[in-house]
Design a protein around this ligand. Structure first.
Ligand code: ATP
Ligand code: MG
Length: 691
C-alpha cells in the first residue's frame, strides 16, 4: 500500500485537463446552469468536477445532492470526486470526500428523504417499496376483485393497466388524455380503468406501501408542504443532475422545488440521447429548463473526447437524420482511426462468430475484454451469443434485461422479509402465502384479512387452524418464522435471511427447476445482508437499485478479472468502450417492430441507435444477419431476409465501410454457403434421422 504523501495540488492544476468551456462550467457561479451538449463532450466529467469544486470551496459534501440515472453512475462520479479531492489535499490526507455527497437515483434519494421527513406529511417512514413486478401483481389482484377480468369485452392485462396508471402519474396528464394519445385501444374501458387505479391507490395507502411512482409523488408532496418542504430545502445548497434529457415532469418539478430560485442548480444532458419517453420522460424538460428559473445560463460543450474523427463523422450523420433536435457542432482532436464498419452476416450464427472472432483478435492486440462491449436492442437478442461465449469459456457480464432481484426465487425471499417488515403489505403477503402448498389467492386473501384484523401480529395466524391440509408442514414452520422475524429484539440480518432460507428451501425445490443454482443465489443474499444496517434499507435497495446487486453477487472482485460487456442499448447510456459491436442492426429489431407505431417512436429508436453508436471510442461494428430463420430452433430452413437498419441505410451508408461477417477470404456472405459444411445441411441431416 502506498503511504507516501504527495504535495497538495492547486485547483488550477487539478482542473488543467479541462478545456475552457468545461472549466467555465465547473467554476461557474451559483446561477442556475444548463449544459446541453453532444455525446462524449465531457458532461458527466464536468459535473463530477463541479461537485469537487464546490467541496474544495468549503461546501459540506452532505449539502450537495447529485442525481444520476443509476447507482453505478453515482458511484463512479463520487469516485472521481474523491480522486480530485485527494489530489487537492495531497495523497493520504483525510477529509470530507465525494462519498459523503447525497448521490444516487431520484428514487433512491427520494426514499432516503421520505424516511427522514415522511412523518411530517403523515407518511409512515417504515413504508415498504413494491418494485414494478409487485405493483403489477397488486394491480392484477384488484383487477380480479373488481370483476374486471370477467367482463365480456377484453379488459387490458395487469401490465398494461400498470403502464397506463404510471403514464398518468409521471406525465401528470388525466387518464382520458393518456388513453387517447398512447393506449387508444383501451379507451372503451376508461371508467373501469379509473375505478381500478383509484382502488390501487387506496390499497397502497391502507397497507403502507409505495410503488416507484409514489416515491416521486410523495417527494414532490413533501416539497409542496410549506413546513416540511422548508426543512428539506434547508438540507441542500447544490443540486446537480446528469442525463437530464431522461427526466420526467415530476422529476423536473422536484428539482425546481428543491431550489426555487435556481441557485446552485446544474443540469446536464443531450436532447439527441433522450430514450426513455416510454417511462414518460420528456425531452421538453431539458429544452424548457431555461424557463424553470430566472437567469439560467446555458453553456455548450463542443469538443468530443471519446471517439475518433471517423466514428464521430458517422454518428453525426446518423443523428442528422433526426427530425427535431438542437443543432450541435461536435468536433474531435482524435484524428484518423478506422472507418466504422457495417458487417453483413449470412445469419445469426455467423454474426455470433464474427463478434467473438473480432473480440479475440482485438484482445490479441492488447485490448482487454472489458474495453469491448456488445450492444443490442432487446435483451433476448444476446442469448445465442451468450451460449457461445459460455461454450468457449469467455467470461462476460450483462447489463440490463431481467435483473437478479427480478428472478422468482429472489422475489419470494424478498417478499417474506417485506411481509415481516410490513404485515399490511398485501402484494408481499399474497406472494408469500400462495407459495404454501394448497393455498390459493382466495385463502391467501382471507389470511391477510385476519392478519390485518389482528393488528399485524403473526400470533394471529398461530391461533388459526392450518389453512388447508396440503399446507400442514409448511404452515408449521412458516408461522413460527414470521413470529421470529418480528420479535422486538430481532436477529441480525444475515441470521434472518438464513432462517428464511431454511424455511423456504423445500418450497423452492417443489416449485422451480434448477433448484441448486437458485439456492446458491439465496446463500449469496445471506452473505450480502451483512453489509446492511437494517432490513428496511436492504429491502429498499433490492427494490430500487438491482443492477448493483447483480454485480455484487458476481462474487468478490478479482483485480485481473476480465470480461466482455453485454448490454442493452438503454443500459449503455453514459458509458464508453474502445470497441463497440451493435448486433441485430436490422430493420424490425432496430427500430424495433414493437416501436414503429408513430413518428415519435421511430425518432426515439433513432436516438437509441445514436446512443449505441456514440459509445465507441476507436472501433465500431454495426452487424446484421441477412437471414432470420422463421423458427428459432431451425426446425425448418424457412427464413426471411433482413434489411440493414434504416438509420444507416437511408443516407449515411457511405460513412461506414462494408465488411462481410464470414471468415475473410473464405466466402462471400451473400453467396449461398457450401451445402456440405453449412449449419443448414447438418440440421437437414439431423432431421433426416427422424423422418
Ligand atoms: P455522454 O453523452 O455519452 O454521457 P459525456 O458528455 O457525459 O458523454 P463523458 O463521459 O464525461 O462525456 O466524457 C467522455 C470521455 O471524454 C471520457 O473518457 C472522459 O474521460 C473524456 N474527457 C472528457 N473531458 C476531457 C478532457 N478535458 N480531456 C481529456 N479527456 C476528457
Ligand atoms: Mg455522460
Amino acid at each position: 500500500m502506498e503511504t507516501a504523501q504527495r504535495a497538495p495540488e492547486t485547483i488550477g492544476t487539478v482542473l488543467a485537463d479541462l478545456n475552457s468551456a468545461q472549466y467555465a462550467a465547473v467554476t461557474h457561479d451559483d446561477a442556475p446552469l444548463l449544459i446541453v451538449a453532444g455525446a462524449g463532450t465531457g458532461k458527466t466529467t464536468t459535473l463530477a468536477s463541479r461537485v469537487a469544486w464546490h467541496i474544495s470551496n468549503g461546501i459540506d459534501p452532505r449539502r450537495i445532492l447529485l442525481l444520476t440515472f443509476t447507482r453505478r453512475a453515482s458511484q463512479e462520479m463520487t469516485k472521481r470526486v474523491d480522486g480530485i479531492l485527494r489530489r487537492l489535499r495531497g495523497d493520504g490526507a483525510r477529509g470530507p470526500g465525494g462519498s459523503a455527497v447525497w448521490g444516487g437515483t431520484f428514487h433512491a434519494m427520494g426514499t432516503r428523504l421520505l424516511r427522514l421527513h415522511g412523518a411530517s406529511i403523515q407518511l409512515d417512514p417504515g413504508f415498504t417499496i413494491m418494485d414494478r413486478g409487485d405493483s403489477e401483481d397488486l394491480m392484477g389482484v384488484i383487477r380480479s376483485q373488481l370483476g374486471l377480468a370477467r367482463t365480456d369485452r377484453r379488459f387490458p392485462q395487469k401490465g398494461t393497466c400498470m403502464d397506463i396508471y404510471s403514464r398518468c402519474v409521471n406525465s401528470q396528464h388525466p387518464i382520458g388524455d393518456v388513453l387517447r394519445s398512447s393506449f387508444p385501444w383501451c379507451l372503451e374501458h376508461e371508467d373501469d380503468l379509473k375505478r381500478l387505479c383509484a382502488d390501487y391507490v387506496e390499497r397502497k395507502i391502507e397497507t403502507g406501501v409505495l410503488d416507484y411512482d409514489d416515491i416521486l409523488l410523495y417527494w414532490l408532496g413533501l416539497l409542496e408542504d410549506p413546513a416540511a418542504g422548508a426543512e428539506v430545502r434547508k438540507r441542500f445548497d447544490y443540486v446537480l443532475v446528469d442525463e437530464f434529457q431522461d427526466t420526467n415532469a415530476l422529476q423536473a418539478r422536484i428539482v425546481q422545488l428543491l431550489r426555487p430560485d435556481g441557485r446552485g442548480v446544474t443540469v446536464v444532458g443531450d436532447d439527441a440521447q433522450s430514450i426513455y419517453s416510454f417511462r414518460a420522460a420528456d425531452v421538453r424538460n431539458i429544452l424548457d429548463f431555461p424557463t424553470l428559473f430566472d437567469g439560467v445560463d446555458v453553456l455548450p460543450l463542443e469538443q468530443n473526447y471519446r471517439s475518433t474523427q471517423q466514428i464521430l463523422d458517422a454518428t453525426n450523420r446518423v443523428i442528422a437524420g433526426a427530425s427535431e433536435r438542437l443543432e450541435k457542432n461536435l468536433w474531435t482532436a482524435r484524428e484518423g482511426g478506422e472507418l466504422p464498419a457495417v458487417v453483413s452476416c449470412h445469419d445469426e450464427d455467423e454474426q455470433t462468430d464474427f463478434v467473438i472472432r473480432r473480440v479475440l483478435e482485438l484482445r490479441e492486440t492488447g485490448l482487454q475484454l472489458k474495453q469491448q462491449a456488445v450492444l443490442f436492442r432487446a435483451t433476448h437478442h444476446s442469448l445465442p451469443l451468450e451460449l457461445e461465449l459460455q461454450r468457449r469459456n469467455i467470461p462476460y457480464k450483462k447489463y440490463g434485461g431481467l435483473k437478479f432481484t427480478e428472478t422468482a426465487h429472489v422475489k419470494d425471499l424478498g417478499a417474506i422479509l417485506r411481509l415481516a417488515e410490513n404485515p399490511r403489505d398485501l402484494s408481499a403477503g399474497l406472494r408469500v402465502l400462495t407459495l404454501l402448498p394448497g393455498v390459493g389467492p382466495a385463502t391467501a386473501q382471507r389470511l391477510m384479512e385476519a392478519l390485518t384484523e389482528g393488528g399485524g401480529d403473526f400470533l394471529t395466524w398461530a391461533d388459526l387452524p392450518t389453512p388447508t391440509p396440503a399446507a400442514k408442514f409448511a404452515w408449521a414452520s412458516f408461522v413460527p418464522l414470521m413470529i421470529d422475524l418480528t420479535r422486538p429484539d430481532p436477529m441480525d440480518l444475515s441470521a434472518q435471511v438464513h432462517a428464511v432460507r431454511e424455511m423456504y428451501a423445500p418450497l423452492l425445490e417443489r416449485r422451480y427447476d434448477n433448484a441448486t443454482a437458485r439456492l446458491r443465489d439465496l446463500e449469496q443474499i445471506e452473505r450480502l445482508a451483512a453489509r446492511f444496517d437494517d432490513r428496511l434499507t436492504m429491502l429498499a435497495d433490492m427494490a430500487l437499485d438491482p443492477p448493483a446487486w447483480a454485480e455484487d453477487l458476481a462474487g468478490p472482485p478479482v483485480l485481473d478479472e476480465d470480461f466482455l460487456i453485454l448490454s442493452t442499448m438503454h443500459s449503455a447510456k453514459g458509458l464508453e468502450w474502445d470497441a463497440v459491436y451493435l448486433i441485430h442492426a436490422a430493420d424490425g429489431n432496430m427500430p424495433s417492430d414493437m416501436a414503429t407505431g408513430s413518428v415519435e417512436e421511430i425518432e426515439e429508436e433513432r436516438r437509441l441507435f445514436y446512443v449505441g453508436c456514440t459509445r465507441a471510442k476507436d472501433w465500431l461494428y454495426v452487424c446484421f444477419p441477412l437471414r432470420y430463420y422463421k423458427s428459432p430452433w431451425n426446425h425448418t430452413d424457412a427464413h426471411g431476409y433482413a434489411q440493414l437498419t434504416r438509420f444507416i441505410a437511408d443516407g449515411c451508408r457511405d460513412a461506414f465501410r462494408e465488411e462481410a461477417g464470414g471468415v475473410r477470404g473464405e466466402r462471400d456472405t451473400d453467396e449461398p454457403a457450401d451445402p456440405a459444411v453449412s449449419g443448414a445441411a447438418i440440421k437437414t441431416r439431423l432431421r433426416a434421422m427422424w423422418a
